[in-house]
Design a protein around this ligand. Sequence first.
Ligand SMILES: Cc1cc2nc3c(=O)[nH]c(=O)nc-3n(C[C@H](O)[C@H](O)[C@H](O)COP(=O)(O)O)c2cc1C
Length: 218
Amino acid sequence: MKKRIIGFAVILIMYSLNTPVMIYSQDISLPSPSRKGGMPLMEALDARVSARLFSDKDLSLQQLSDLLWAAWGINREDGKRTAPSSHNRQEMDVYVTLRSGLYLYDAAACRLKQIHNRDIRALTGTQEFPATAPVNLVFVADLAKRGLKEGQQVTDTDKLSSWSNTGFMAQNVYLWCASEGLSCVIRAMVPRDKLAPEMELKPLQVIILAQSVGFPGE
Ligand SMILES: Cc1cc2nc3c(=O)[nH]c(=O)nc-3n(C[C@H](O)[C@H](O)[C@H](O)COP(=O)(O)O)c2cc1C
Protein backbone atom coordinates (compact mmCIF):
# COMPACT_ATOMS: atom_id res chain seq x y z
CA MET A 1 0.00 0.00 0.00
CA LYS A 2 2.81 2.39 1.05
CA LYS A 3 4.71 1.57 -2.17
CA ARG A 4 1.57 2.31 -4.24
CA ILE A 5 1.09 5.70 -2.55
CA ILE A 6 4.76 6.62 -3.16
CA GLY A 7 4.49 5.43 -6.79
CA PHE A 8 1.34 7.52 -7.28
CA ALA A 9 3.01 10.57 -5.71
CA VAL A 10 6.06 10.18 -8.01
CA ILE A 11 3.78 9.99 -11.07
CA LEU A 12 1.88 13.12 -9.94
CA ILE A 13 5.14 15.07 -9.42
CA MET A 14 6.53 13.94 -12.81
CA TYR A 15 3.24 14.85 -14.47
CA SER A 16 3.21 18.31 -12.87
CA LEU A 17 6.85 18.84 -13.99
CA ASN A 18 5.87 17.82 -17.53
CA THR A 19 8.27 14.83 -17.37
CA PRO A 20 7.31 11.76 -19.47
CA VAL A 21 5.76 9.22 -17.13
CA MET A 22 7.44 5.80 -17.29
CA ILE A 23 5.16 2.84 -16.70
CA TYR A 24 6.94 0.50 -14.30
CA SER A 25 7.70 -2.83 -15.98
CA GLN A 26 6.58 -6.08 -14.44
CA ASP A 27 9.83 -7.92 -13.81
CA ILE A 28 9.44 -11.46 -12.46
CA SER A 29 11.38 -12.38 -9.35
CA LEU A 30 12.37 -16.05 -9.55
CA PRO A 31 12.88 -18.39 -6.60
CA SER A 32 16.43 -19.69 -6.15
CA PRO A 33 17.14 -22.62 -8.48
CA SER A 34 16.91 -26.07 -6.87
CA ARG A 35 20.44 -27.19 -7.89
CA LYS A 36 19.80 -30.63 -6.36
CA GLY A 37 17.95 -33.81 -7.22
CA GLY A 38 16.50 -34.62 -10.61
CA MET A 39 16.90 -37.79 -12.64
CA PRO A 40 20.24 -39.61 -12.71
CA LEU A 41 22.26 -38.32 -15.68
CA MET A 42 22.28 -41.60 -17.62
CA GLU A 43 18.49 -41.84 -17.35
CA ALA A 44 18.09 -38.23 -18.49
CA LEU A 45 20.31 -38.94 -21.50
CA ASP A 46 18.21 -42.01 -22.21
CA ALA A 47 15.01 -39.93 -22.09
CA ARG A 48 16.26 -36.92 -24.11
CA VAL A 49 14.04 -36.32 -27.14
CA SER A 50 12.64 -33.51 -29.29
CA ALA A 51 8.88 -33.09 -28.79
CA ARG A 52 6.61 -30.55 -30.47
CA LEU A 53 3.22 -31.09 -28.80
CA PHE A 54 2.54 -28.90 -25.78
CA SER A 55 -0.33 -28.50 -23.33
CA ASP A 56 -1.15 -24.88 -22.49
CA LYS A 57 -0.34 -25.35 -18.78
CA ASP A 58 2.24 -22.82 -17.58
CA LEU A 59 5.46 -23.83 -15.85
CA SER A 60 5.68 -22.94 -12.16
CA LEU A 61 8.09 -20.15 -11.18
CA GLN A 62 10.34 -22.80 -9.60
CA GLN A 63 10.39 -24.74 -12.89
CA LEU A 64 11.14 -21.55 -14.81
CA SER A 65 14.01 -20.75 -12.46
CA ASP A 66 15.42 -24.30 -12.67
CA LEU A 67 15.05 -24.36 -16.46
CA LEU A 68 16.93 -21.08 -16.87
CA TRP A 69 19.58 -22.07 -14.34
CA ALA A 70 20.14 -25.30 -16.30
CA ALA A 71 20.45 -23.27 -19.50
CA TRP A 72 22.66 -20.42 -18.39
CA GLY A 73 22.69 -20.09 -14.62
CA ILE A 74 25.68 -19.21 -12.46
CA ASN A 75 27.06 -22.34 -10.78
CA ARG A 76 30.29 -20.99 -9.21
CA GLU A 77 31.27 -18.12 -6.95
CA ASP A 78 33.43 -16.61 -9.69
CA GLY A 79 30.31 -16.05 -11.84
CA LYS A 80 30.93 -18.87 -14.30
CA ARG A 81 27.95 -20.72 -15.72
CA THR A 82 26.28 -24.09 -16.25
CA ALA A 83 27.36 -23.90 -19.92
CA PRO A 84 30.88 -23.10 -21.16
CA SER A 85 31.77 -20.05 -23.29
CA SER A 86 34.85 -19.33 -25.35
CA HIS A 87 37.41 -17.41 -23.21
CA ASN A 88 34.57 -17.06 -20.68
CA ARG A 89 33.26 -14.08 -22.67
CA GLN A 90 29.68 -15.09 -21.75
CA GLU A 91 28.30 -13.29 -24.79
CA MET A 92 24.99 -15.16 -24.75
CA ASP A 93 21.73 -13.77 -23.41
CA VAL A 94 18.65 -15.90 -22.86
CA TYR A 95 15.38 -14.18 -23.70
CA VAL A 96 12.15 -15.77 -22.50
CA THR A 97 8.84 -15.36 -24.31
CA LEU A 98 5.81 -16.07 -22.14
CA ARG A 99 2.15 -15.26 -22.71
CA SER A 100 2.71 -12.27 -20.36
CA GLY A 101 5.48 -10.80 -22.51
CA LEU A 102 9.17 -10.85 -23.37
CA TYR A 103 11.82 -11.09 -20.65
CA LEU A 104 15.61 -11.21 -20.33
CA TYR A 105 17.04 -13.74 -17.87
CA ASP A 106 19.24 -12.06 -15.27
CA ALA A 107 21.02 -15.03 -13.66
CA ALA A 108 22.86 -13.00 -10.99
CA ALA A 109 19.67 -11.34 -9.74
CA CYS A 110 17.55 -14.50 -10.28
CA ARG A 111 15.04 -12.38 -12.13
CA LEU A 112 13.28 -11.99 -15.45
CA LYS A 113 13.60 -8.42 -16.61
CA GLN A 114 10.54 -7.49 -18.66
CA ILE A 115 11.31 -6.03 -22.08
CA HIS A 116 7.63 -5.61 -23.01
CA ASN A 117 4.25 -7.15 -22.29
CA ARG A 118 3.32 -8.44 -25.76
CA ASP A 119 2.88 -12.18 -26.39
CA ILE A 120 5.35 -12.84 -29.23
CA ARG A 121 5.64 -16.63 -28.81
CA ALA A 122 4.20 -17.23 -32.29
CA LEU A 123 6.83 -14.93 -33.81
CA THR A 124 9.72 -17.00 -32.47
CA GLY A 125 9.29 -19.67 -35.16
CA THR A 126 8.11 -20.35 -38.67
CA GLN A 127 6.32 -23.50 -37.50
CA GLU A 128 2.94 -23.46 -35.75
CA PHE A 129 3.75 -25.12 -32.43
CA PRO A 130 5.87 -22.32 -30.84
CA ALA A 131 2.61 -20.37 -30.37
CA THR A 132 1.30 -23.25 -28.24
CA ALA A 133 4.38 -23.72 -26.03
CA PRO A 134 4.11 -21.80 -22.74
CA VAL A 135 7.83 -20.96 -22.90
CA ASN A 136 10.01 -20.18 -25.90
CA LEU A 137 13.62 -19.40 -25.13
CA VAL A 138 15.52 -17.29 -27.64
CA PHE A 139 19.31 -17.56 -27.47
CA VAL A 140 20.89 -14.25 -28.48
CA ALA A 141 24.61 -13.51 -28.94
CA ASP A 142 25.63 -10.01 -27.90
CA LEU A 143 28.68 -9.47 -30.06
CA ALA A 144 29.54 -6.29 -28.16
CA LYS A 145 30.52 -8.65 -25.33
CA ARG A 146 33.02 -10.21 -27.77
CA GLY A 147 34.53 -6.76 -28.30
CA LEU A 148 32.89 -6.06 -31.67
CA LYS A 149 31.91 -2.53 -32.70
CA GLU A 150 28.93 -1.71 -34.94
CA GLY A 151 29.74 -2.23 -38.63
CA GLN A 152 32.72 -4.46 -37.87
CA GLN A 153 32.80 -7.82 -39.66
CA VAL A 154 31.60 -10.82 -37.67
CA THR A 155 34.33 -13.46 -37.95
CA ASP A 156 33.92 -17.23 -38.23
CA THR A 157 35.37 -17.49 -34.72
CA ASP A 158 32.62 -15.18 -33.40
CA LYS A 159 29.96 -17.31 -35.11
CA LEU A 160 31.50 -20.58 -33.97
CA SER A 161 31.59 -19.34 -30.40
CA SER A 162 27.95 -18.19 -30.27
CA TRP A 163 26.57 -21.25 -32.04
CA SER A 164 28.52 -23.77 -29.98
CA ASN A 165 27.71 -21.88 -26.77
CA THR A 166 24.02 -22.12 -27.70
CA GLY A 167 24.38 -25.85 -28.38
CA PHE A 168 25.62 -26.42 -24.84
CA MET A 169 22.78 -24.40 -23.33
CA ALA A 170 20.18 -26.16 -25.47
CA GLN A 171 21.46 -29.60 -24.43
CA ASN A 172 21.31 -28.55 -20.77
CA VAL A 173 17.67 -27.61 -21.38
CA TYR A 174 16.99 -30.95 -23.13
CA LEU A 175 18.41 -32.90 -20.17
CA TRP A 176 16.59 -30.80 -17.60
CA CYS A 177 13.31 -31.28 -19.50
CA ALA A 178 13.91 -35.04 -19.69
CA SER A 179 14.46 -35.09 -15.95
CA GLU A 180 11.36 -32.95 -15.26
CA GLY A 181 9.04 -34.84 -17.65
CA LEU A 182 8.63 -31.76 -19.88
CA SER A 183 8.73 -31.50 -23.66
CA CYS A 184 11.17 -29.36 -25.61
CA VAL A 185 12.71 -28.85 -29.03
CA ILE A 186 15.59 -26.70 -30.24
CA ARG A 187 14.76 -24.67 -33.35
CA ALA A 188 16.76 -23.06 -36.14
CA MET A 189 13.61 -22.22 -38.10
CA VAL A 190 13.33 -18.75 -36.59
CA PRO A 191 12.30 -15.65 -38.62
CA ARG A 192 15.30 -13.68 -37.33
CA ASP A 193 14.72 -10.49 -39.37
CA LYS A 194 11.09 -10.21 -38.21
CA LEU A 195 11.78 -11.27 -34.65
CA ALA A 196 14.77 -9.01 -33.86
CA PRO A 197 12.76 -5.73 -33.93
CA GLU A 198 9.92 -7.37 -31.95
CA MET A 199 12.55 -8.18 -29.31
CA GLU A 200 13.96 -4.62 -29.47
CA LEU A 201 17.47 -6.02 -30.10
CA LYS A 202 20.46 -3.77 -30.77
CA PRO A 203 22.43 -4.13 -34.03
CA LEU A 204 25.16 -6.23 -32.38
CA GLN A 205 22.66 -8.67 -30.86
CA VAL A 206 22.21 -11.74 -33.07
CA ILE A 207 19.50 -14.37 -32.70
CA ILE A 208 21.06 -17.83 -32.80
CA LEU A 209 18.40 -20.45 -31.99
CA ALA A 210 15.09 -20.76 -30.14
CA GLN A 211 13.83 -23.58 -27.93
CA SER A 212 10.21 -24.37 -27.08
CA VAL A 213 9.48 -25.82 -23.64
CA GLY A 214 6.28 -26.98 -21.93
CA PHE A 215 4.21 -29.80 -20.51
CA PRO A 216 3.56 -32.59 -23.02
CA GLY A 217 0.40 -32.16 -25.08
CA GLU A 218 -1.73 -34.62 -26.99
C1 LIG B 1 20.71 -27.03 -34.95
C2 LIG B 1 19.34 -27.67 -34.89
C3 LIG B 1 18.26 -27.02 -35.44
C4 LIG B 1 16.97 -27.58 -35.35
N1 LIG B 1 15.91 -26.86 -35.83
C5 LIG B 1 14.67 -27.36 -35.70
C6 LIG B 1 13.56 -26.57 -36.10
O1 LIG B 1 13.67 -25.45 -36.57
N2 LIG B 1 12.33 -27.11 -35.94
C7 LIG B 1 12.13 -28.36 -35.39
O2 LIG B 1 10.97 -28.77 -35.28
N3 LIG B 1 13.16 -29.11 -34.99
C8 LIG B 1 14.43 -28.64 -35.11
N4 LIG B 1 15.51 -29.36 -34.65
C9 LIG B 1 15.28 -30.65 -33.97
C10 LIG B 1 15.64 -31.82 -34.87
O3 LIG B 1 14.66 -31.96 -35.87
C11 LIG B 1 15.75 -33.09 -34.01
O4 LIG B 1 16.80 -32.95 -33.09
C12 LIG B 1 15.99 -34.32 -34.86
O5 LIG B 1 14.84 -34.63 -35.63
C13 LIG B 1 16.35 -35.54 -34.04
O6 LIG B 1 15.32 -35.82 -33.09
P1 LIG B 1 15.67 -35.92 -31.53
O7 LIG B 1 16.13 -34.58 -31.06
O8 LIG B 1 14.38 -36.34 -30.88
O9 LIG B 1 16.76 -36.94 -31.36
C14 LIG B 1 16.80 -28.85 -34.75
C15 LIG B 1 17.92 -29.52 -34.21
C16 LIG B 1 19.17 -28.93 -34.27
C17 LIG B 1 20.33 -29.65 -33.64
